[in-house]
Design a protein around this ligand. Structure first.
Ligand SMILES: Nc1nc2c(c(=O)[nH]1)N[C@H]1C(S)=C(S)[C@@H](COP(=O)(O)O)O[C@H]1N2
Ligand SMILES: [Mo]
Length: 321
């Protein structure tokens, strides 16, 4: 979605829970997750046999339908401008970020405004498997098996005041470890910020991811905690969150601030509302190559219309893009 030049980024798994715990939990929770996740998942070179069983809820995977994207692609083709604007920069440089200890400030219209150690904020909440389509505004897409905690569970834990209408999120600003923040190329006014309306935030599809592919989140994918809102363009899914603030007013968002005409607050995936510079009617489902572009039609709300369309009833989605 950028126009500017390139910069840096890299790899490094954060340490939240040993991988075996995740795998055990995934087996336990396979049933729970299946109600909300995408059902079909075909074979992926990256997934272990039990992973496929979980993802497809014991059913034979539907060949070719929303196959899980190979892990190597999801962890090496990234947008995370804090580490540079090139797709390979995050995988190259995100290891320079230390993610432990990690704290998250929860502020604004909540019962218990506080700075939480991440493990305390998430204590007692169990990560669930969520296999979601992920659609970038740049018209490429993937299918990612996340491990996440419903954002609503975290908001319930901190006690949201009834006057709260929006949730504002903020990424870490630490130029010493985030080399993209030391450069002026992106044009971004750090920290990266995002926001959701409260009903969007409380929706059961909205997840705070702590892992993917059965492992802790790699740094380049937003360790140790990132938002995932599968019916919205990828830039809403803010990475490496250190601030959550409940507000009365619609909060500013990074891409909208950069170019309000091109990026709105809602940014729901919508094949009928083109980006001013390109069509949103279709997308390249990765892996996509010159010979096999794998271009597919983009679906309303990224295929989650049944779950989320009611959030926007009566709204003009061309106006509220
Ligand atoms: N803090 C922060 N969050 C961010 C971004 C970013 O540059 N900084 N890029 C966004 C964009 S444009 C996309 S498409 C997704 C990419 O997530 P992925 O690399 O895990 O696929 O992260 C989003 N979250
Ligand atoms: Mo994106």
């Amino acid at each position: 979605m950028l126009i500017r030049s390139k910069k840096p980024g890299a790899i490094l798994p954060s340490e939240i829970t040993p991988e075996t715990s995740y795998l055990n939990r995934r087996r336990l929770l396979a049933g729970i997750a299946s109600g909300v996740v995408l059902a079909g998942c075909a074979e992926s070179s990256a997934s272990a046999p039990d992973e496929q069983a979980v993802a497809s809820d014991g059913q034979a995977p539907a060949p070719g339908l929303d196959a899980i994207t190979p892990e190597e692609i999801a962890t090496s083709y990234n947008n995370f401008y804090e580490f540079g604007t090139g797709k390979g920069d995050p995988a190259r440089y995100a290891h320079e970020l230390t993610t432990t200890p990690w704290s998250v400030s929860v502020s604004g219209l909540v019962d218990k405004p506080a700075s939480w150690a991440l493990e305390d904020l998430l204590a007692g909440l169990t990560p669930e498997d969520r296999i979601y389509r992920f659609r970038c505004v740049e018209a490429w897409s993937m299918v990612i098996p996340w491990l996440g905690i419903p954002l609503s569970a975290v908001l319930d834990k901190v006690g949201v005041d009834s006057s709260a209408k929006y949730v504002a999120f903020e990424t870490l600003k630490r130029p010493s470890e985030m080399r993209g923040q030391r450069s002026a190329f992106s044009g971004i006014d750090w920290p990266y910020v995002e926001g959701l309306r409260i009903d969007e935030a409380m929706h059961p599809l909205t997840t705070l991811a702590v892992g993917m592919y059965g492992k802790p989140l790699p740094n380049q994918n937003g360790a140790p905690l990132r938002l995932v809102v599968p019916w919205k363009y990828g830039f809403k899914s803010i990475k490496s969150i250190v601030g959550i603030r409940l507000t009365r007013r619609e909060p500013p968002t990074t891409w909208n601030r950069l170019n309000a005409r091109e990026y709105g607050f809602y940014s729901n995936v919508n094949p009928e509302v083109d980006h001013p510079r390109w069509s949103q009617a279709s997308e390249r489902r990765l892996p996509s190559t010159f010979l096999q572009p794998n271009r597919i039609e983009t679906r309303m709300f990224n295929g989650y219309a049944e779950e989320v369309a009611s959030l926007y009833s009566g709204m003009d989605l061309k106006k509220h893009y």
